[in-house]
Structure formats: C-alpha cells, structure tokens
Design a binder for this molecule. Sequence first.
Ligand SMILES: Nc1ncnc2c1ncn2[C@@H]1O[C@H](COP(=O)(O)OP(=O)(O)OP(=O)(O)O)[C@@H](O)[C@H]1O
Length: 259
Amino acid sequence: MSDASIIELRGIVTRFGSNLVHDGIDLSVARGEVVALVGGSGSGKTTLLRHMIGLTRPAHGEVSLFGEQLFSGSLREQRARRRRFGVLFQHGALFSALNVAENIGFPLRELRVVTPKEIRDLVALKLAMVELEPSTALLMPAELSGGMVKRVALARALALEPELLLLDEPTAGLDPDRSAAFVELVRSLQAQLGLTVVLVTHDIDTLAALSSKVAILAERRIISYAPLEETMKLDHPFVTSFFRGELGRRAIARSREKS
Ligand SMILES: Nc1ncnc2c1ncn2[C@@H]1O[C@H](COP(=O)(O)OP(=O)(O)OP(=O)(O)O)[C@@H](O)[C@H]1O
C-alpha cells in the first residue's frame, strides 16, 4: 500500500442473501484526490461508501483507512479514526428535533472535551464556512430550504475538521442553480482544507466540476479508475450511456470552460 493512501480496498466481496453486489473490488484513494464513484442504479455505490467507513462489513476483503485496517486497534483508536472523516449521506441529513447550531455542534458535544463557549464559536465558524448567515443558527431543519439543509449537513460533516469527506449524492434534489452553488462551495472547501473526497453521484455536472478521478463500478467490480478525460474514451456500455450522451457532452464542456 502506498503511504499516501487514505482509503485502500482489497478484494471486497459483498453479498446480501443471494444478491452478490461486489465481487473483488480493489480501489486505492490517494490523499487530496476527489474521486467520483459512478455506476448503474443498484450497482453497490452506497454500500461501498459504507464499507469504507465501517458502517457495513464486506463478506470478504480488507478495508484500510488512513493506513490502518478498519476495526483494528482499541476502541479509543477506532474513535480517533472516526473523527478523521466526515460524511454527508443523501437521506437522514439533519436531526429534525435539533436546531441548526445544535446539529452542527453535535459531533463536538459528543467529544465531551469542548466547552459550550468553544462549541458556539466553532459552530459560528462552520456556518460562515458554508456561507450561511449567523441568524441561521437558531432555525429548525423544517424551516430550511433544500440547499440550506445540504450546507448545514456539510458544516456538521466538517465540524471535527476531517481529512476525508464522503458525499452520497450531494446535489440530489437541488435545482440546477442551488446544485451549482453547492458544488462550487465543496470545490472551494476541498482546495482550502486539502480534503480527500469520495462522492457518489448520478449528476454529470457535479462529477465534471469536482472529480480528479472517476471510479466506475460495473459488473460488481471497479472496471476503470482514471481522470474524466481518460474515462470517457472507455468502450463500455455504461460509459457510453452515462458520459457520451448530449447531457454529458454539455456538462463536460461547461466544466472545461470554467477551469
Ligand atoms: N441492507 C441491505 N440489505 C439487503 N440488500 C441491500 C442492503 N443494502 C443494499 N442492498 C442491495 O445491494 C445492492 C446495492 O445497493 P446500493 O444502495 O449500494 O446501490 P447504489 O449503487 O448505491 O444504488 P442507487 O444508485 O440506486 O442509489 C442493491 O441491490 C440493494 O438492493
């Protein structure tokens, strides 16, 4: 394994009953990389994200995070590892009974070593980081727009200053303008904070704007792991339908114009 590897998957096999989802997945994500994981519906992208952080365990194979095998070490070491990544899942974004400040401060309170004053200051900092007004702090999740929910969830994912950020369909449900603004925010935070990012997306605009590499999950394996330009040359039915349609061409052209 390379020293710079943040995530290393080796020989991952996943089964749900008779449903074989992954059959020998290998993937190595280097520090600073922004990897878009794409594949057909039900190909096992979300499950693979969950394997990366130990939320589900594969039937076979090894997962290493930050150079250490998952589930290795004492509970204390495992908790320390848990603080080094932030997650933004598509569903269950915020705790509905907690206001915005309480949501963002939740991971900090769980540490039990940060004072209430420090939590307030850190929450204010994270709100500014995701470009939300300080007054947002007292709103309840039900009072937020879809774009604001995503921003608050991102602020919470960044609360412990992680090195690694996992995003599952980060722009799903947002209109094109809000989606573009959110992608821009993730892009600037990634550069500013030097984050390693793995994201699952069906949205070509998001993928084209953010990813340094694209991992394609098909036929239960990672069939390609390369920058977008190279990925698009691949002769595979999934690639053809996903990237080379009209929408794909337009999205990629737009992202080239920007960079
Ligand atoms: N907890 C579970 N129990 C049983 N089957 C599951 C479970 N989680 C996922 N699966 C199955 O595993 C397969 C992969 O699911 P997963 O959600 O990882 O796919 P995906 O690529 O993220 O799909 P989509 O793009 O539609 O969100 C699917 O067939 C799904 O039904």
